[in-house]
Design a binder for this molecule. Structure first.
Ligand code: NAP
Ligand code: MG
Length: 483
């Protein structure tokens, strides 16, 4: 879109949507079949960039969840747990290959349904989701090497609940390790982003997975709660907010259910005076504006060493002026649509709070589209450590900036948060990096980069950011019983 401050204009380059086939209505994928919900109710999923309805999605109630869990149990007992691991691996590998073949379709649907830019869904979400299946396909018949000298058993039926910020990728993070370790699955996507999980169900069908090994049930929070509370589920894998994570933990307390919870974050991105500044500025931009700030590990708290603060802030503002906000389908767009009206309201509420708290706000001049849900990239300066905008997760393109003088001071400030998901450190000194990685209470610490993901690398939180790890060999642990 046109913006005054840019020194040049890009010609629009929208990704085509002509090849996308969406049904008007999507049913539930249970026991290898598409079944109507017993509630007979459907809800609309919309494109947050245009507010247009994309499809109607089935609303699963307790009865449907029960059918899905029964199908998963039957598939586990009769087929999946008896199958040689090398055969299981072939199915997982097939899912990866089929998804790769349909990568463009997945990317476009993800951008339409979630509002994320096509550049991200094409270059990040879909390739990483494919790689996750490839990676765990490799582990399926090598579990004795993952856990040497231990007897490894599957848990049984895994109930999996995922959020809307990386819909397909989170489904891959959940399903791939569960299948590799021999479990069967009931998965619920988020109500605003069900489409790619349903497309994944089509692939699962095409890959010929035995019926009931993967079941996809769509719906609202109560559908998720029905999975959590079902007596025959052995494991709950949840990614979402800390508030819902706490409800889940209470609900399963005292039961036999195992759980992994991947929750919210308020991650610190720390820039030292000896950092490569231009690179760091790109890292800050990527850390918070990537995916509209809908990233659990977003570098939403920036800490800049005093001597370079002025320079970094000036460069940051300059760079923000060149960011394109608008149509997610345009390949030039840097910041797409906010996922939902509700989320936009939450972000705007926090911007308002920031102003009321007396922080100084900066937003580049940009014309936001009149339809759809958009938010300009936002900086807050003069932010107090105790302020709400520095403490609470905003989950949008909003960055707070604080300065520091010493290493000890920044470690103390960065760790002064109920969360502990990720952190970034920018410095020329290797010893300083190692010092900080041991002292920052965060599951992932990136050095001189940010938001880098790889299926071989474990991901997860400290403190209120949850427990358990996904990815890598660690990601297998949450799905097995060892003796
Ligand atoms: P959310 O409101 O907690 O929802 C997550 C999922 O749980 C959705 O599918 C939701 O269904 C479902 N749900 C809601 N209430 C439930 C209940 N009582 N019992 C069981 N399931 C329930 O989170 P969100 O707004 O979708 O996602 C944003 C949050 O996810 C942020 O806090 C972010 O930091 C976190 N996140 C964490 C990670 C990580 O790896 N640590 C990764 C991505 C996102 P509905 O959508 O239908 O309400
Ligand atoms: Mg949608």
């Amino acid at each position: 879109m046109a913006q005054e401050q840019t020194t040049w204009e890009y010609a629009p380059s929208p990704e085509g949507t002509g090849h996308i086939k969406l049904n008007k209505k999507y049913n539930l994928f249970i026991d290898g079949k598409w079944v109507a919900p017993s509630s007979k109710k459907y809800f609309e999923t919309i494109n947050p960039a245009t507010e247009e309805v994309l499809a109607e999605i089935a609303y699963a109630n307790e009865k449907d969840v029960d059918l899905a869990v029964k199908a998963a149990r039957k598939a586990y007992t009769n087929v999946w747990s008896k199958m040689p691991a090398s055969e299981r691996a072939k199915y997982i590998y097939r899912i990866a290959r089929l998804m790769q073949e349909r990568a463009r379709e997945f990317a476009v649907i993800e951008s339409l349904d979630a509002g994320k830019t096509i550049r991200e869904s094409r270059d990040i979400d879909v390739p990483l989701a494919c790689n996750h299946f490839f990676y765990y396909a490799g582990w399926a018949d090598k579990l004795e090497y993952a856990f040497p000298n231990r007897k490894v058993e599957a848990l049984g039926v895994a109930g999996q609940i995922i959020p809307w910020n990386f819909p397909l990728l989170m489904a891959a993070w959940k399903i791939a390790p569960a299948l590799a370790t021999g479990n069967t699955v009931v998965l619920k996507p988020s109500e605003t982003t069900s489409l790619t999980a349903l497309k994944l169900a089509e692939i699962i069908e095409e890959a010929g997975l035995p019926h009931g090994v993967v079941n996809i049930v769509t719906g609202y929070g109560d559908t998720g709660a029905a999975i959590v509370n079902h007596a025959d589920v052995n494991k709950i894998a949840f990614t979402g907010s800390t508030a819902v994570g706490k409800i889940i933990q209470k609900a399963i307390a005292g039961t036999h259910k195992k759980a992994t919870l991947e929750l919210g974050g308020k991650s610190a991105n720390i820039i030292f005076e000896d950092a490569p500044i231009d690179q760091a500025v790109e890292g800050i931009i990527n850390g918070i504006f990537f995916n509209q700030g809908h990233v659990c590990c977003a570098g939403s708290r920036l800490f800049v060493q005093e001597g370079i603060a002025e320079k970094v802030i000036r460069k940051l503002k300059q760079r923000m002026e060149s960011l394109y906000v608008g149509n997610p389908m345009d390949k030039n767009t840097d910041i797409g649509a906010i996922n939902s009206k509700k989320q936009l309201e939450t972000i705007n509420k926090y911007i308002h709070i920031g102003l009321k708290e007396g922080a100084e706000m900066y937003q580049p001049a940009c014309d936001l589209p009149s339809k759809g849900y958009y938010c300009a990239p936002t900086l807050f300066l003069n932010v107090a450590q105790s302020s709400i905008i520095a403490q609470e997760e905003i989950f949008g393109p909003v960055l707070t900036i604080q300065t520091f003088r010493t290493v000890d001071e920044v470690i103390q400030k960065a760790n002064n948060s109920p969360y502990g998901l990720a952190a970034g450190v920018w410095t020329d000194k290797g010893s300083r990096i190692f010092n900080l990685t041991t002292k920052l209470k965060a599951g992932v610490v990136w050095a001189n980069t940010y938001n880098k993901f790889d299926p071989t690398s474990p991901f997860g939180g400290y403190k209120e950011s949850g427990f358990g790890r996904e990815g890598g060999v660690h990601g297998l642990s949450g799905y097995v019983k060892l003796s």
